[in-house]
Each structure stands twice: as structure tokens, then as C-alpha cells.
Design a binder for this molecule. Structure first.
Ligand SMILES: *[C@@H]1O[C@H](CO)[C@@H](O)[C@H](O)[C@H]1NC(C)=O
Ligand SMILES: *[C@@H]1O[C@H](CO)[C@@H](O)[C@H](O)[C@H]1NC(C)=O
Ligand SMILES: *[C@@H]1O[C@H](CO)[C@@H](O)[C@H](O)[C@H]1NC(C)=O
Ligand SMILES: *[C@@H]1O[C@H](CO)[C@@H](O)[C@H](O)[C@H]1NC(C)=O
Ligand SMILES: *[C@@H]1O[C@H](CO)[C@@H](O)[C@H](O)[C@H]1NC(C)=O
Ligand SMILES: *[C@@H]1O[C@H](CO)[C@@H](O)[C@H](O)[C@H]1NC(C)=O
Ligand SMILES: *[C@@H]1O[C@H](CO)[C@@H](O)[C@H](O)[C@H]1NC(C)=O
Ligand SMILES: *[C@@H]1O[C@H](CO)[C@@H](O)[C@H](O)[C@H]1NC(C)=O
Length: 769
């Protein structure tokens, strides 16, 4: 040890041995010959801040730190020896050559804390406490600052104090929480800035991000509210954040990682706290999601447009969302959907170009398939510059007051699919079939193409009395159907897909896109749809007379269906199916044709409904295979039920089954009776009117042709329509796939029937029931 230091220590000892109570000093500077001993207080020029030794709670540990001088409720804004307290009353903070500033206890051999600056000649240095709360070590002559406390923050950010990175020295400044209220030791939570990309503030526990403030978008950190005056530096020397305030304020990270702002108004008042609520925690819903704090937390997570839940079995938060399967958003008619008023995503890997307009930004993002979203880099004055994201979009939440609009890349299909309360469309020239528009038939809902309306969930909920049980019409494939009445009195049928059916999404997309394109008097007309939150809802024209099964399987109602009516219904269904198979621009296999999927309008015209399981065939394709056999047993062709093989001929099979049901009112041993030439016996007694026996027999024969075992033997729908419409000879049916069994054993009503013939026309006479 050098002799100068020995001399210094001796001077020090002199001070130390004096009882502190006798010579407590208020100093304005710390000099080599005037250290701060436990009990002394170093005060800033305007007496705003004070520095001295203190202890907390019942602890005997002594810490040297800074507090607001005149505020009775002490808040320790900076602590020097936070991890090495003095455990006696001999603590001293002094200037020396080997460390610059050091703290010792009674044991002078090793310092408990050191500023770690080596001073060649300590007598030339003075330490001062500034009115900002910064303890600085100055070289006397030059007033050069050789060390400052603000470079080593504790848990508190004071006005003008910077956190960030000095790019030249590599010094990184961040706040670190205390261990506990009574222990200012280095805790596990930090508040610092991310030096990558645009400036963002991060609260972390260890490495885990707890909250993100930012990115900085010109006048605030995205996702933070309130007016604050900040100083942001981002140049080759440093990247830093500081806030400016003339009031007495402090920003503190507590032991649990919550960042709080306090101001003194006769007491410390907390005026902000982050994170605020469920949605505010970093990445709460996982990648590519949006979190809506206005919703119950269980419902707050939604996928960003163009994305779908990674796994329907996991809650969104666990897996987040992924780009929709089979949806290409790369040079395939993609565009952007505006997600309005959000805290924009984590910008750690975002790219910024301040000389681009928002329109240029959009073009740049569109050209680059890796670009997932864009927005203005500076939110002021309607937006300046360009920020683009090139990967998963993390930590987006709705921030209704001061959020920014984000434009998310979506595939062409999703442009039409998505329009929530907070989304609107941003269209590309390449996108052909949806256009942005407002207005339409229904207040507050918009048209997304000439035929289809997008309904808000609110509208649908109001129309259906909140999906009340009284409005429920029945259960369909993957969901329930409700009757609804719109504001203007128009009646609608609302199909609400069950939320937790993992299959729903795919079927839903199918149904909307299919039906929107189909126009035929024998197909049910879709009016619109609603995609909001987890809800997937289809809105159809309302058909008051319900479905065909309500008639043909109901003893009372089937009497309303005369043969003429039934024949019209058969022909209508055949035409609708023919349109699906051959006459529309697409080749569509319905896959679930059955009596309950044929609705009747006021005039009892049949309309095929429920396209949830339909498949589009492209080009010359005529059959396909699926691992997932959907449909209704009894209507399913053997090759489909057993091998998953479906084609237009599997629909023909279902049509055949339906035809027999319409004729018989039940499923019976048709084949046996047919073979025995007793087919007429299966005719529903309720047909109750004059009819041509030959016409019904012809229909039965057509039905049997449709249900033949081998798909190749079955006629096409155009052949069926032609057979129904003329009297040309029909081929003989081969044995059907399996014997059609009766559903209701009580169905035999032949005893109630007599047959007579008038002018070559056979009539059935039905007894009253
Ligand atoms: C103070 O700390 C020193 C070193 O850590 C230790 O040896 C000593 O026992 C402590 N004294 C008291 C009173 O806790
Ligand atoms: C000084 O150096 C020691 C040992 O490397 C370190 O533990 C301590 O935190 C440093 N002090 C400051 C103020 O950086
Ligand atoms: C520092 O102190 C030495 C001796 O005490 C003196 O010679 C020198 O001029 C001083 N330097 C400054 C910058 O004050
Ligand atoms: C922000 O700070 C600057 C510089 O101190 C000051 O001129 C300005 O008035 C402050 N603005 C607000 C809103 O406090
Ligand atoms: C920023 O955009 C302008 C205008 O498009 C362009 O000239 C410039 O090269 C871009 N800068 C960078 C770094 O990409
Ligand atoms: C529907 O439910 C919401 C929330 O539960 C309620 O505020 C609203 O009044 C309900 N509306 C009707 C028509 O029942
Ligand atoms: C069909 O519905 C309309 C309107 O509800 C009703 O007037 C008519 O009687 C119904 N027809 C049949 C056959 O049920
Ligand atoms: C049959 O229809 C009548 C008239 O609509 C209805 O009252 C009755 O409940 C129906 N029967 C069954 C079993 O659904």
C-alpha cells in the first residue's frame, strides 16, 4: 500500500473515532479530507437532494444513498453499496486514489463498495451532489466529471437520468429492482431499453420480458399514455431514454417487476403503473395475436388477420397464432388489413426508413414476402416514415386512446374474411373479389362484395336476443341455428358455429366462400357473415317453413305435401345439385345432402343448405379422398363411408336416398318390394291426391339408380334431371349398396289406403287421422 494512502487512512481514522453525534455535518461537497461519515449529510446546491447513510425497517445494515432532502416520506432514489451494507455505525464514503469513491466500515482493509476509478492524485478531486440527484466526482481544475452515480442506477429513474447504452464505452444503464422493501440489494427485475431496432423500454425478470414500452414513435413510447416529455437519443454514440419533468417525480421498478411513476403532492402519489392489466403483459396471447383489454381476459386474445390459432386445443396464449394453412400471402393477391389503434408489435427486429411515406412503405412491404406488417415510424402529424416487421408479430394489444394503426399482411382470402369492429380493409389492386365499403342494408355493417355483408357481432347478438334459446331453430353441422330479426325488421337465419369445434374454421371458410359465389334458386342464399373474437357466424335468408325433414317425417305435416309438390321439390333439389356439380363456375361436391339440409321457402320451393362440408373440385378432377369422413350415415355412399372416396356420384347416392324418403316418408325395404314388383306399396299414404303411378314408379326407379353400389353405375345429376323431365326408357337398377332399412317400425300405413283409378290416373284415398 502506498504511503499516501496510509496517510489518508490515518486522517480517516481520526474522523471515524469521533462519536458521530457530536460532529454531524451538512456538507456541500465531498473532498479527500472531508469524507461523509455515517450521520453526515451531503446536500445539493438548492437543497433538493441529500446523500448520507441510512438503514431500512428493523435492519442494522447501513447504506449510503440519495433521497429527496425536504420530503419527509423518504424515498431512496440511489443507493451506492446496495449489495454490501455497512453493519456497524462506522460507515464512511470517501475519495481515494484506488477506487475514486469508496465505502468502508470499521474494517478498513477492503472497501465495501468502490466506484472503481483510479485517481492519480486524489487530492485534486471533489464529489458533489447535483440538484438532479446525481452524485458526481469532478476533477477540480477542469471540472471534468470522472464518475457519476447516474451511470449506475438503482431502482429509480429520476428526471433527466438516462437509461440506455453508450455505444462507445459499452456501458449499459438500466434500473434494477430492490430485493425487498427493506433490502435495496440487487433484485431480479430490470427496466432497460432494447438497443436493437427502434427504441423500446423493457421490463424483465431475469431474461423473461414482463412488459414492453414502445417502440418510440415520435412523441411517446407505443403502449404508454399520458403526456411526458422525453429525451431520446439514438445515434452512433448512444441510444438512451430519459424523461424530463420539473415536478418532483420518480419512476421506480419494484421487486415484482412493476414500473411505477410517483409524484409528490403532500404525499407520494402513484400516477402510472406498467404493466396495466392482462393484455399489457409481454406477449400475453403468443405470437401474431391481438389482445383486447375491453374483454374478459379469457376472451381477450384473437389472432391477427390472416392468422389462425396454432392449435385449437391450446388456449391462444399458449401457442399463439400461425399463418393460415394453405393461405399464401406471397405474390398471390395478398394485401393488408388495418388493425386500428394498437400498441404496435415488438420492433426489436423491425426496419425503419424515415424518408418513406406510408404509401411507399406499403409498396415496399408488399414487394417483400418476408414483410409481415408495416406502419408509420413516427406517429406525429398523420404519420412519417416507414417501419416494417419481418417475422412473428409479438405483443400487440388494442390501445384505444393513443394506439397506432398497424397494417398486417394477409392472404387474398383473408382480406374478405376479416372485418372486426377494429379492422377495416386496406386493399391491393391485385385483390379481385372484395372491396372496402360502408353502409349496406344494415346499419353499422358493411358489404364485402356485391352479395355478402359483414355483420358486427353486436348486430347479430341483438337480432337473436343474445342467441337465446327461444330463437334457436335447431342444430346444424358444427353449430346451432337461430332466428334473428334485423333493425329493419328483416328476418334472418343465423348459423353460429360452435366455438370449440376444431374443424369449424375450415368448414366455415369453405361455406362462406362457396356460398357467396353460388346463385341458384334452389340453393339457400347467404346474406353475410360475422367473424369476431372466437365467433364464426353465417347469416342466411330466413326460410319460415324450415327443412324438408320437418315435413316428410311428421305425420301431420307430410299431408301438406301432395305428389305434385313432392315432385316439384325433387326436381328443385335435382336442379340445385346439378348446378353445384356442373353448372356453376366451380365443381362442388356437397357431401352432406339430406332432408334436414333442404329448406323450404314460403312457396315450398326447396333450397339446398349447409355447405359446411362441401368441397370444390378443380379442373378435370372428379373424385378425391379424405381421411376425415364427414356427412350423415344412411345418406353416405358405400365408397365414401368405407374408403373416404367422394365424388359427384356420392352426392347422387345421397340424392337417391333423399328421393326415396320423399316418396315413402320413411326408409323402407324398397329394394325387396321393387324386386317383387310391389314398389307402389312404399308410396307415402299422405301423398293424398291424384297422381300418375307411373310417375312415382319412375321416381323410385331413378332413386334406385342413384343408390347403386358402384359409383360408375349411378347417373350424373344432368342425367337425373333429364330422366325426371321426360319419359324415355330408364335402365334397370342393380342391387343397391345396402338394403335401406326402415327408421320407424310403425311406419307401415298400407292398411289406411285404397287405390283407385280415374281416367288412367291413380289416386290414393287417405283416411282422416
Ligand atoms: C460485520 O461484517 C463483517 C464482515 O462481513 C463480519 O465479520 C462481522 O461479524 C459483522 N458484524 C456484525 C456486528 O454483524
Ligand atoms: C467495482 O468493481 C467491483 C468488482 O469488479 C464490482 O463488484 C462493483 O460493482 C463495481 N462498482 C461499481 C460502482 O461499478
Ligand atoms: C493536482 O495536485 C497536484 C499536487 O497536489 C498539483 O501539482 C496539480 O497541479 C493538481 N492538478 C490539478 C489539475 O489541479
Ligand atoms: C419539455 O422539455 C423541454 C425542455 O426542457 C421544455 O422546453 C418543454 O416545455 C417541455 N414540454 C413539456 C410538455 O413539458
Ligand atoms: C429509404 O427510402 C428511400 C426512399 O425510398 C431510399 O432512397 C433509401 O435508399 C432508403 N434507405 C435505406 C437505408 O434503405
Ligand atoms: C346481451 O348480453 C349483453 C351482455 O351480457 C347485455 O348487455 C345485453 O343487454 C343483452 N342484450 C339482450 C338483447 O339481451
Ligand atoms: C310456410 O310459412 C308461411 C309463413 O310462416 C306460412 O304462412 C305457411 O303456412 C307455411 N306453409 C306451410 C306449408 O307450412
Ligand atoms: C308435426 O308437425 C305439427 C304441426 O307443425 C307439430 O305440431 C308437431 O309437433 C310435429 N310433430 C313432431 C313429432 O315434431
Amino acid at each position: 500500500m502506498s504511503s499516501s494512502i496510509e496517510a489518508f487512512i490515518q486522517i480517516l481514522l481520526l474522523f471515524l473515532l469521533l462519536p458521530s453525534s457530536i460532529c454531524q455535518l451538512h456538507l456541500d461537497a465531498l473532498t479527500p479530507d472531508r469524507p461523509i461519515r455515517d450521520g453526515d449529510v451531503l446536500v445539493s446546491n438548492k437543497q433538493i437532494f441529500a446523500l448520507g447513510f441510512f438503514s431500512l425497517g428493523n435492519s442494522q445494515h447501513r447504506y449510503a444513498g440519495v433521497w429527496y432532502n425536504k420530503i419527509p416520506e423518504k424515498a431512496f432514489v440511489w443507493v451506492a453499496n446496495r449489495d454490501n451494507p455497512v453493519n456497524d455505525s462506522y460507515g464512511v464514503l470517501s475519495i481515494n486514489g484506488d477506487g475514486g469513491l469508496v465505502i468502508h466500515g470499521k474494517d478498513l482493509s477492503t472497501p465495501l463498495w468502490s466506484a472503481n476509478v483510479t485517481l492519480s492524485s486524489p487530492h485534486n478531486f471533489t464529489a458533489k451532489l447535483l440538484d438532479t440527484g446525481n452524485l458526481v466526482l469532478l476533477e477540480d481544475g477542469s471540472q471534468r466529471v470522472v464518475w457519476e452515480g447516474f451511470d449506475y442506477p438503482s431502482d429509480t429513474l429520476l428526471p433527466s437520468m438516462k437509461i440506455g447504452l453508450n455505444r462507445r464505452s459499452g456501458l449499459e444503464k438500466h434500473l434494477t429492482s430492490w430485493k425487498s422493501k427493506d433490502d435495496p440489494g440487487t433484485g431480479s427485475c430490470t427496466c432497460g431499453i432494447n438497443p436493437m431496432g427502434v427504441l423500446q423500454l423493457f421490463l424483465r425478470k431475469g431474461r423473461e420480458a414482463l412488459w414492453r414500452g414502445g417502440p418510440w414513435t415520435g412523441h411517446r413510447l407505443s403502449g404508454t399514455a399520458g403526456d411526458y416529455n422525453s429525451s431520446i437519443v439514438n445515434n452512433e454514440d448512444e441510444i438512451s431514454f430519459a424523461y424530463l419533468d420539473s415536478e418532483i417525480t420518480r419512476m421506480v421498478i419494484d421487486e415484482s417487476g412493476i414500473l411505477q411513476g410517483f409524484t409528490w403532492k403532500d404525499q407520494w402519489i402513484k400516477f402510472y403503473s406498467y404493466p396495466t392489466g392482462w393484455c399489457d403483459s409481454y406477449g400475453q396471447c403468443g405470437p401474431n395475436t391481438n389482445c383486447d383489454p375491453a374483454k374478459d381476459y379469457r376472451l381477450s386474445c384473437t389472432c391477427l388477420p390472416g392468422f389462425e390459432s396454432k392449435s385449437p386445443r391450446l388456449s391462444l396464449g399458449e401457442g399463439g397464432c400461425i399463418r393460415k394453412a394453405e393461405a399464401s400471402a406471397c405474390q398471390n393477391g395478398e394485401g393488408f388489413v388495418k388493425v386500428a389503434s394498437v400498441k404496435i408489435p415488438d420492433s426489436s427486429t423491425a426496419r425503419v426508413n424515415m424518408s418513406m411515406s406510408l404509401e411507399m412503405c406499403r409498396q415496399k412491404c408488399l414487394m417483400d414476402c418476408s414483410c409481415t406488417a408495416y406502419t408509420s415510424a413516427d406517429d406525429r402529424g398523420g404519420g412519417i416514415g416507414c417501419m416494417t416487421w419481418h417475422g412473428d408479430l409479438m405483443d400487440t394489444r388494442i390501445f384505444s386512446d393513443v394506439g397506432q394503426d398497424l397494417y398486417v399482411r394477409v392472404d387474398a382470402t383473408s382480406i374478405g374474411m376479416r372485418r372486426q369492429n377494429k379492422y377495416s380493409f386496406d386493399l391491393t389492386a391485385g385483390s379481385t373479389y372484395f372491396e372496402e365499403a360502408t353502409g349496406g342494408l344494415v346499419p353499422d355493417d358493411s358489404r364485402i362484395n356485391s352479395e355478402l355483408l359483414l355483420f358486427h357481432l353486436n348486430t347479430v347478438a341483438t337480432a337473436t336476443n343474445n342467441f337465446s334459446i327461444e330463437n334457436k331453430l335447431g342444430e346444424g353441422g358444427f353449430g346451432s341455428i337461430y332466428k334473428g330479426i334485423l333493425y329493419d325488421g328483416k328476418e334472418i337465419a343465423v348459423k353460429r358455429l360452435s366455438k370449440f369445434s376444431g374443424q369449424g374454421v375450415e368448414e366455415f371458410k369453405n361455406e362462406v366462400l362457396l356460398i357467396a359465389k353460388l346463385q341458384h334458386r334452389n340453393l339457400v342464399k347467404i346474406l353475410g357473415c360475422c367473424f369476431e373474437d372466437e365467433e364464426k357466424i353465417l347469416i342466411y335468408e330466413y326460410l319460415p317453413n324450415k327443412s324438408l325433414d320437418c315435413f316428410i317425417f311428421n305425420e301431420t305435416r307430410r299431408a301438406l305435401l301432395s305428389w305434385t309438390r313432392r315432385f316439384e321439390i325433387i326436381l328443385g333439389i335435382a336442379r340445385g345439385l346439378l348446378y353445384l356439380h356442373e353448372d356453376s363456375r366451380l365443381r362442388i361436391i356437397h357431401r352432406d345432402l339430406k332432408a334436414s339440409n333442404v329448406l323450404l321457402d314460403n312457396s315450398l320451393n326447396p333450397k339446398i343448405a349447409d355447405f359446411g362440408m362441401a368441397r370444390i373440385f378443380r379442373g378435370e378432377q372428379t373424385e378425391a379422398n379424405t381421411n376425415r369422413v364427414v356427412g350423415t350415415y344412411g345418406y353416405m355412399s358405400p365408397e365414401y363411408a368405407m374408403e373416404g372416396l367422394f365424388s359427384i356420384k356420392s352426392d347422387v347416392y345421397s340424392f337417391g336416398v333423399l328421393l326415396l324418403e320423399i316418396i315413402t316418408g320413411k326408409r323402407m325395404l324398397v329394394w325387396e318390394l321393387w324386386k317383387e314388383g310391389r314398389a307402389v306399396e312404399i308410396i307415402d299414404s299422405s301423398i293424398g291426391e291424384c297422381y300418375l303411378v307411373s310417375e312415382i314408379i319412375r321416381c323410385i326407379q331413378i332413386a334406385l339408380l342413384c343408390v347403386q353400389e358402384f359409383a360408375t353405375d349411378r347417373p350424373t345429376m344432368s342425367a337425373v334431371v333429364s330422366m325426371l323431365n321426360n319419359d324415355a326408357a330408364l335402365p334397370s337398377p342393380r342391387r343397391p349398396a345396402f338394403l335401406l332399412k326402415t327408421m320407424s317400425p310403425s311406419g307401415d300405413s298400407s292398411s289406411n289406403r285404397g287405390v283407385c283409378s280415374v281416367n288412367g290416373v291413380t289416386c290414393t284415398i287417405v283416411e282422416a287421422r
